[in-house]
Every structure is written in C-alpha cells, then in structure tokens.
Design a binder for this molecule. Sequence first.
Ligand code: CP
Ligand code: NVA
Length: 301
Amino acid sequence: MTIRHFLTLNDLSSTELGRLIRRASELKAIRNRGEVYEPLKSKVMSMIFEKSSTRTRVSFEAGMAQFGGHAMFLSPRDTQLGRGEPISDSAKVISSMVDVVMIRTFSHQLVEDFAANSSVPVINALTDEYHPCQLLADMQTYFEHRGEIQGKTVTWIGDGNNMCHSYINAAKQFDFKLNIACPEGFDPNMELVEENKERVFITRSPQEAVTGSDLIVTDVWASMGQEEEQKEREKKFSGFQVSPALMDHANKDALFMHCLPAHRGEEISIDMMDDPRSVVFDEAENRLHAQKALLEFLLVK
Ligand code: CP
Ligand code: NVA
C-alpha cells in the first residue's frame, strides 16, 4: 500500500480535494446530529509542535478523540528532537509506533525529510512555506457559504507568507483567480507565482486587488519566528489593512477570512471581524471537520 502524505495541497488531486471538502461538511453534520462515528479506533497520531498553536492542536486532538483514536503532543523541549537527534532517525522510530504524524515546524525541508523516512502518513500543520490544512478549512467554509469557488476571484492582502503560498496552490487546485496585494519586498515565492502566472496577479494596491473579488483573505504581518521584525513590518504594511470600507470595493456577496490569530488594529480594522461579511469563526471551526476528512482520507481504506 502506498503511503499518502499531505505536505502541500499538491499532494492530492483536484478531484480528491473537492471530495474531501464535501466530506468535511458531511462529517460536520454527523457530529452536529450527535452521531458517534469512530473509524480510527485504536489509531494514534503523534503531533510534533515546534511552534505555538491553538486551533491546530485543538482541532487535531479533538478530531482524533471524536474518531475513537488518540493524539499525542510532542514538543522539542521534552523530546530528543530538541537535542539534535537526526530527523531521519526520529521519523523511523516515531512512525514505527503510531499511525499518522502531524508536524508544525519552521523548515519545510524538515517535513519533507520526515515524510521520506516515515512508514506512516505525514501531515504538514504549518511550515515557514505552507499551511495546507488551513486551506482545507477555508475552501470548506467558502463552499458552505457560497457554493463552488471554481471561476471566482480571491484576493490575498498582506504578507507573501506561508498562507499566501497555500492560496497560490489552492488557486490552481480549486481553479480560481488570485489577486495578491503585498508591499514591495514582501512578495510570495516568485517561482510559485511564475508557475501559476495565468491565474495569480500581484499588485501594490489593495483597493485595485479587491475590486471584483468574491473572497478577501489576510493574515498577520509578522508570522511566528518574525517577532523581532514586528515594528518594522507595521510601518511597511500600514496601507494594507483590511476594513469594511476596503471590503466595500469587492463584490456585494464577498466574504472575509483570516486563519487567526488576528491582530485588530494591524492587518484588520477593529470592526472587521464583527462585519457580517466575516466568516472567521466558521473558518476556525472547520479546521476540525476538514482535518477529520483528511485523517479519514489518509487512514481509512
Ligand atoms: N490558524 C492556525 O493555524 O491557528 P493556530 O496557530 O492557533 O494553530
Ligand atoms: N502566517 C502565520 C499563520 C499562523 C496560523 C504564521 O506562520 O505565524
């Protein structure tokens, strides 16, 4: 049996991703009806966190418990991972004892190296380069509120970071147009942009970017690991705040998303999360349902 990993959205086909999003909504309905569905009884997931998390940890841990399995939190502080044990050795050992491994770390290469040495599926729960699990929840949320995203226009405002890169992958996999408004010097990976140049467009003007858009998305200006750049970034990103006034330039039924945590008064205005166009809390809850669909896809044959 071939092991499937989920390191970026490109590890699944467009058809598989589409099915997964729909399955996530079904799993949500099953849970809302109070039905017990435990396809992962006696299965164990290791969760390796080298960066902080609220949503990712809670959603994976709750999802495994609801599926009848167990999730184990591992931090570099109290495992040999933090003392320099080679990733290849760690991957062989950990994967020999559990059924699936989830990793949140800095280097994307590390999750690739782990996956290359793992005998079980590996899930990328955020690296400096990509955050594919968040995109599953975002695509599910758009689908639940507005239907198919295919052929729509999405606008990313702010840093060309891990989330932005996953939006570029999503533009290809879910077939939408992506406008990216970022300050000079904070462009996403230009190779990725070039590979998707028929659907990804970069501008310096948030207002131009949101015009004609169906979904507006932003994220913090300084990601985890960039804390010392916070002050300098606040200056450089000052014209890139998403507010209800900016949203007024988008299409009438446009939605607003943010992976959270959000910094009110920085990348979003104080009132943005309470605007009726904001679906950020549905988006956050959908992390649970979308990742349960992912676990079922990877582990239930
Ligand atoms: N959006 C997201 O991944 O949140 P956490 O950092 O809280 O996991
Ligand atoms: N870009 C953010 C996303 C947090 C979920 C970060 O990497 O910190």
